[in-house]
Design a protein. Structure first.
Length: 165
């Protein structure tokens, strides 16, 4: 079983219907868009859980152990997501003001790499925990589903955020 086009369509709908376009962030401050950003993130998380549920084919016993762990995992990943939202909104502010300095650009690169490193650390830490509640193939499936959703969301963000000038 694979993630269906329906799953991606639902996530795309959530993203396009609720996300604050970068152009809007660059015109107004993060504070003015904070509620919309948080609503979008909540909707994505909710749909993400639905996609995982549809694709995992968990037994009742697996479900009882998996879902609490999944919630912990997503909470840990949200922390890196918080940092990424801050990085994007800081970039939007600098983009708006046309004031991105070389030093700021370098700090943003370092922060982005730190976020990516921390995401990988979280995943590695949780692989060990998930493998205690899932057989190896379902463990692999979960991380495939998770990775596909991340790739889809990252592609959307990449599309919307303009290159540094």
């Amino acid at each position: 079983m694979s993630i269906s086009m329906r799953d991606f369509f639902l996530i795309a709908t959530v993203l396009s219907g609720l996300t604050t376009p970068f152009s809007a962030l660059a015109q107004e401050s993060y504070k003015e868009h904070k509620q919309q950003i948080e609503t979008t993130r909540w909707a994505i998380q909710s749909e993400r859980k639905n996609v995982v549920a549809r694709n995992m084919e968990l037994s009742e016993k697996e479900q009882q152990a998996f879902w609490p762990l999944y919630e912990e995992y997503r909470a840990a990943m949200r922390k890196t997501g918080d940092r990424l939202v801050k990085l994007i909104t800081d970039y939007a502010d600098a983009y708006k003001a046309q004031s991105l300095s070389d030093a700021q650009a370098r700090r943003m690169v370092d922060e982005y790499l730190s976020i990516e490193t921390d995401k990988l650390k979280v995943k590695k830490r949780y692989v060990k925990r998930f493998e205690s509640v899932l057989p190896p193939k379902k463990l692999a499936r979960f991380f495939q589903v998770d990775n596909k959703m991340d790739a889809f969301i990252n592609a959307r963000v990449a599309r919307d955020v303009p290159l540094v000038e």
